[in-house]
Design a protein around this ligand. Sequence first.
Ligand SMILES: [Zn+2]
Length: 564
Amino acid sequence: MDLLIKNGIVYDPINKINGEKMDIFTSNGKIVSNAKDPKVIDADGKLVLPGGVEGHSHIAGGKVNAGRIMRPEDGRKGIEPKGKLTRACSGYSVPNVYATGYRYARMGYTFVMEAAMPPMAARHTHEELIEIPIVDKGAIPLLDNHWMTMECVKSGDMDKLTAYVAWILKATKGYGIKIVNPGGVEAWAWGKNVSGLHDRVPKFDVSPAEIVKALSIANERLNLPHSIHIHCNNIGHPGNSETTLETYGLLSGVENSDRQVMHATHTQFHSYGGSNWGDFCSKADEVAKYVNAHDNLTIDLGVVMFCDTTTMTGDGPHEFNLYKLTRRKWSNHDVELETGSGVVPFVYGAKIPPHAIMWAVGIELPLLIDDPWKMMITTDHPNGCPFTFYPQIFALLMSKKKREAMISEVHPVVNSNTILPSIDRELGWNDIAIMTRAAPARILGIDKHGKGHLGSGADADISIYDISPEEVDPSRDYAKIEDAFSYTAYTIKSGQIVAKDNEIVAVPSGKTFFVDPEIDKSLMDAMLPDLELKFKEYYSINLANYPVQDAYVPNPYKISTKGA
Ligand SMILES: [Zn+2]
């Protein structure tokens, strides 16, 4: 059915539309300039945005499932009864696949990137992605703590590394290159970690810095739509901002005219000063200063909000540290030659000084970074908090009064160890549209594939919120911001109304985005004998059984790239 969305107040930053009252037409799942006999949606007095793009979230795969299994109490917290069209939902911080799709769609999100896929677990990850209804998605394979990667780094063979990365992307139907605590996760297999960019990884004798630089070379040679996507070393440690800034500096001077060359994820968890939990403080200002001064880098936030959540990451040694703090449940997992992961339930308390500071850092960063195009708003779901906290986060960014109200309720250490109370900046509607739609699409490289905007030919993914930017002053009426962003009046996915007034009204299957890089056959042929040997000697499965079959990605959206 064709649609006419009439008289909405539209923010479409990629097309430089900044709060204009206008009509939008859709036909055959795309945005068009006109349509014959469309069904009319009256959007008068409503906010109209491109569908939300979630650039970094954990929604599918082994560690997500481990989180579900180890937390039946979390499962019960998120029970939603089966509806006419919907399956039964459960889970608060680790929702089941159905709840994940419905909740994102009801909030106006239409694309979600799973940000850490162990290559060997790709088939399972895709099995879960298929079952997440409505939204489009993709998954980024972990490539840094990988034996093949580290051996190529050690020998300096960038041809072989490039061929190997291309092979993994094809085999896993993956989207890009994820780096998690480079070197540290492999060191964890020996009960160790790395503490900085120049430590040596046991047995492989390579450093985190060498791994990051080499994978960036492979990323650029393959001309991937997204840059390397990095979770820096020393996550969660007091004083880790030094490592973070040093990591950013590894690619100083490296440029790509189309996009950033490094995307640093959940920057909140990497922007800390101090030397212990006693003098722990925010270094968001220093990190923001670097981001402001460099155009080859983008970040996402990883905002912490106070709640009972489930942390999960490929960074196994970090999860062990969290386990030592909490002494709650802990899952630790090793993925053969490739990576690892850990899962620990975690409660962030407003009156606990380090947690209050972490919360403040997540809000400081987007207020201190000048250019919203360099950022995506994320909670690193579910690590900082579940994604359902987004409406509260938008209100905090748009209203100083809301921040003051919250600061008065959290531990007063926020007044001495962060600069949040002194920040006056309030983000506007267009900033929020950039940081939740346009910038994530551009940073991921899917803006050229119809995502994150409402230009002619784009996918007809649209969210309509029951709030009027002409009437509501976000600074004062922050409660209305929270209410309005909690669910859409309409979410439209590929031209179909999928959610209306917080109810799911259609459950189409989304597409899976993945990258198929072209690679010189001679490079691939030279790499393969080594890979075959790895499978014979070390892997528990055969090479022939490793690649994900097409049947596991029934709605593919393949992005072919031509290498440099
Ligand atoms: Zn993450």
